[in-house]
Each structure stands twice: as structure tokens, then as C-alpha cells.
Design a protein around this ligand. Sequence first.
Ligand code: MF3
Ligand code: CO
Ligand code: CO
Length: 266
Amino acid sequence: VTIKTGAEIEGMRVAGRLASEVLDYITPFVKPGVTTGELDRLCHDYMVNVQGTVPAPLNYAPNGHTPYPKSICTSVNNQVCHGVPGDKVLKNGDIVNLDITVIKDGWHGDTSRMFVAGGAAAGSILANRLIRITHECLWLGIAAVKPGARLGDIGAAIQRHAEQNGFSVVREFCGHGIGKKFHEEPQVLHYGRRGEGLRLEPGMVFTIEPMINAGKASVSELPDGWTIVTKDRSLSAQWEHTIAITETGVEVLTLSAAAPPDPFKT
Ligand code: MF3
Ligand code: CO
Ligand code: CO
């Protein structure tokens, strides 16, 4: 696990804000009738032509994977993560995660949010509750981060809140160190036990990105080799931030004007 210098974290801060600003930009387009492929194209063009960033997912090919064919991930309803944009048309009340990773000056910024096509009023009570609880899980995980805390403190906080609300935590995918590389050490599990795992130190930078299912935790992969869905076809939600550990606590790097705030901050 690498420790990043102040100058390196400044590079990550820029990349993180730009990733979040892609989500600000795309928000008004997430409406019934739009296709996930159109959302991908709009984000791609904004990153490349407006921001001068590189969409990290495009052609990303970790070992054993076919290169990822698009510039963002769009995971709809029972899709958990890594949904590949295409011809799918968003219907009123669909829920969708848009996951954006940009590269700026070699540094990666990685963040995702949930949306309801047609707005919250169009979504089911269950969908809205799943989205809210998952957002709270992310911020409870962030609140557990400070020097001397353990990685397990993050997972434990997330797991407890998800399960107390009758939901389940996806085990197969986790948060990750991030920097010059998209996915670095450590693995940040979204379940676990308080007091266990790596001790957190200032200068560590990683993502927290809980995937929470309304039904059972099990997932499977679609034949496209990327899209992950719930086995029981229940709804799934995810939110993601990139964070840096500071001398006194934590700094969220993927914030921007329209990023939803910490729900526990008064
Ligand atoms: N952005 C995802 C994450 O949070 C990774 C997507 S990899 C891709 O780690 F190839 F599917 F884009
Ligand atoms: Co990530
Ligand atoms: Co991501």
C-alpha cells in the first residue's frame, strides 16, 4: 500500500473533482427514454472534449477480462456493477448507478452515484430506501476512516447498517487503492469486523464503494463478461467516493458542486 505525498494527493484531488463533475454534468440527462449508450456518449464527449480527461474504463483490461468497451459503467435495477452501456432504454422509475473514472495528469478519480429515472417520486418505496441506505453505508464507511483505524472498521460499519435494514452486502467486489493505477492495494471490503485488517495511515488513498442488494447477496456475471447482476434479480444500489487519509481524519476527493452531501452532517 503506497503512501502518497501532499503533491500527489493534490493531483488526486483534481482528478477526483473532475470525476464528480462528470456526474453533475450528466444528471439532467438521466431521464426516462434515454439509453445507457447515450449517457455513455455524453459523458465520453464531456470528459475528452470539455475536461481534457481520459475515461479510464475504455479498453480497461485487467487480467482475464475482455477489454471494457465503453467509457462509463451504467448499472440498472438488478445490475450490481460494471453494467455496459448499450441500447437499454431507461423507464420511469428505473434506478441506475453511473460510475465515472477519469484520468487527469496520470491520476485517477473514481466516483459513482444512484439516480431514479423520472426522479425520486417515480421510484418505488423500496428502491428509494435501498438508494438512501446504501448512501448512508458509504458515509458511515467514510466516517470510520482516520489514522490508526483499521480497514475492518469500514467494512463493519457498512455491513451493520445494510443488514440492520434488511439488505445484504455484495462480497465479490470491493473498494480499492487508487492513484497512477486504477486499481491498487489495498482491497477495501464492505463487510468485516471492527479492529481487524490493515492499519490506516495518512497518505493512503482508496475508494469506498458499497454494493447493497435488496435481496440476497449472491451475484452472477452476464455473458458480456462484465455486467454483474443479482442472482435473485433483486434491486442493487451502489455509491462510491475516492478518499485520502489525512493527519486528523479523512478527506473526500470526489466532491463537486452537486455531489450529494454527507447525510449525517448537521
Ligand atoms: N469504476 C469501477 C470501480 O469503481 C471499475 C470499473 S472497471 C470497468 O472500481 F472496466 F468496468 F470500467
Ligand atoms: Co472504484
Ligand atoms: Co468506480
